[in-house]
Ligand binder design. Sequence first.
Ligand SMILES: C[S@@+](CC[C@H](N)C(=O)[O-])C[C@H]1O[C@@H](n2cnc3c(N)ncnc32)[C@H](O)[C@@H]1O
Length: 439
Amino acid sequence: MKINARKLSLRILDEIEQMHEFSHVVLGRTLNQYEIDSADRRLTSQLVFGVLENKLLLDYYIRKLSAQRFTRIDRSVVNILRMGFYQLKFMDKIPESAAVDESVKLAKSISQSNGSFVNGILRNFIRKGKNIELPNRKQHPITHLSIMYSFPEWLVAFWIEQYGIAFAEKLMFSSNKTPKLSIRVNTNSISVDAFKLTLDQVGIKYKESELIEEGLLIDDLNGYSVKEIPGFENGAFAIQDISSMCVGKYAGVKDGDVIIDVCAAPGGKTTHVAQLLNQTGQVIARDLHEEKLKLISENAQRLNLKNIKIEQFDAMLVDETLIEQADIVMVDAPCSGLGIIRRKPDIKYNKSLESLNELVPIQSEILSISSRYVKPGGTLLYSTCTLNVHENQEIVDSFLSDHPDFEIENISDQSYLTLFPSVHQTDGFFIAKMKKMTL
Ligand SMILES: C[S@@+](CC[C@H](N)C(=O)[O-])C[C@H]1O[C@@H](n2cnc3c(N)ncnc32)[C@H](O)[C@@H]1O
């Protein structure tokens, strides 16, 4: 029997709420359980991510149009309404009648009265021209932006404080846009030109990255799934965001280098620098979580990289055997992930200022301990996928003032490289490169 994409989306949304799991995990797991065609797969992903990206706005509509108190509405019916509003407001290609009728059908499967309830609310929304007035922007700018972009008020205020209101607004807007797939060509296995030719042959459309030579942005997969892209099985490419590839690019990898990656799973940066070593040297790839090490080894195996040694190790502990052993140490620290909201919209709703602040001493400690592994003259890289000055610049500034034997090395003429989805069309990302001075 053909699986209904809306029914599946509802099941996924209900499960995300009940199990408090990341949306991409539940979505991936559920989609894998069914033989589902690519159009339904796309619709399901779009509905799930679209609802999560716009949840506060959609809930605002429900609150404004429902006679019943929001907290009294059945949780599944809330998700049906969210999906209905999302289709009406954001999916131009879906006829209004289909959006309403399909939502009513789902609600009726719970109860007849829920069917009429959903029908009434969605039709009222259409009657109002699908426009519900938001809180006044001048009088309540934070509340207005919070609802408009579905960012919690604390995060709106936090980004405004760091970047100013105009930049923060662009950042929220672009953080709600699903990113393109980005690919790193495994230049150990195929040249960029030869790989582009194989994509041309199967009609996959792409653009070259302006930041990374071996980076490609996929515009249109021409119906292929990622695993069906030619060369996947043979390790012709890895999936990695362009921002994350910048760590490898600016690491200054030379043949024969010893590189330690203290927070390596799932292995994006590890496999990139291993590739840049041209089958020489060694990358010691470590992570705290045993179960995640498997991801590094799967990636390394598929990419046919033999110069990676994978180990479980807590970066908060000192490994005396590695003191001053590395040409390059990479600290891709655990962080709040505010730069990858476009991939994981759940991050908007499950973080708090307190949870961000709790990360700072951990990041500081990992950086300080890892710096001991750098050889004199070697390189220390600190990176995060977050946009928070306390987890980024301030960590590095305080490290440098406590470690006078390290100095900052400019990246593209700046002390630190910060990438923004709104400016660079990458994940939000921070990189600092430091050099250990020779005596
Ligand atoms: C940002 S992710 C790393 C991403 C990875 N570098 C990549 O490019 O694919 C941070 C990693 O730090 C790991 N981690 C968290 N605390 C750690 C610790 N105390 N020691 C080592 N790894 C840790 C997490 O398991 C997670 O895999």
